[in-house]
Design a protein around this ligand. Sequence first.
Ligand SMILES: *Cc1c(COP(=O)(O)O)cnc(C)c1O
Length: 355
Amino acid sequence: MEIKKQLTSQCSIEQFNFNQFQFGVEATDHMLVAKYSEGAWHSAAIQPYENLTLSPLAMCLHYGQTVFEGLKAYRQVDDGVSIFRLDRHHERINQSLRRMAMPEVPKELFENGIKGLVEVEQGWIKEGEGNSLYIRPFVIATEERLGVSISTDYLFVVVCTPMAAYYARPLKVKVERYYTRATSGGVGAAKNGGNYGAAYYPAKLAQQEGFDQVIWTDSRDHEYVEESGTMNLMFIIGDKLLTPPAGETILAGVTRDSLLQIARDMGWPVEERPISLVELQEAFEAGKKVEAFGAGTAAVVAPFALIHLDGNDYKPYIADDAKMFQLKAQLTAVRSGKVKDPYAWNTVLEKVLTK
Ligand SMILES: *Cc1c(COP(=O)(O)O)cnc(C)c1O
């Protein structure tokens, strides 16, 4: 599929203050847009960033047929630019799209479109560890119709925003024993916009109690931990890395998968299995060293400083020598090309000199 390229002469990058900005508020100068109608994707273009025009009858505004992804491009130690696990994010957007009865995005459109866009926007990735370009692909239903039916028309859009090295402030989290993020048979395994909207209220209640986020538990008994906020959940107890299995109610995070692979390759014992609140409580009460953290593309590793569980406050280990930081450092090294990338996770762009 041909992807047209139309560049703007009015770039905002020169005026952008890279020393002080909020994540996700300002987009870069270009975006990728493709349309789907009459059963096919077409009209793909990398074009100047601009507002979308939608009919008030556009179905995405009413019935929630929306899916998104989140991935990053990094500057390599040799000054090149790489996109992290592009193929895995492509597989996952299609898994999400299938669950939402939306058309899959072809591999060439997703991969070549994002590579082309990042090539154009690579100036937004400043040198220095942790600086990156956050890439947000999404698909929305655009058919103009209030009748409840599967949309016939869609828009695939990719926008980018710069991201600074980000200090992951240790979080205080509360184990949620009533509200539910996902149920078996539901849409928890899809990156569907509605999952996030539905999670705001329980998070808001937790914030009113002084916590940053919730730890979600299984919808049936609320006895097993699942995720935290919009991150996967991991523990290191003793020497073992523990995480509940990805599946219908636990989204298959790319960061989660990458950290597990790296831990296994460093020879750490890794267990993917259900983790009960009782097991966690016993580990804390037995005085074991417990590390707890969230894993996701945005923060990569977000350490937990406090876990509130049924009236008790437990304090995971977060000192500088915690093993989770070793894991994060190894992932950062693979991503930046500082150490070899044996997994072919990095899509390294050819150096282009058109800037
Ligand atoms: C996106 C997401 C994650 C993290 O996935 P990554 O691929 O690591 O960014 C975890 N849980 C939920 C619910 C998510 O939507």
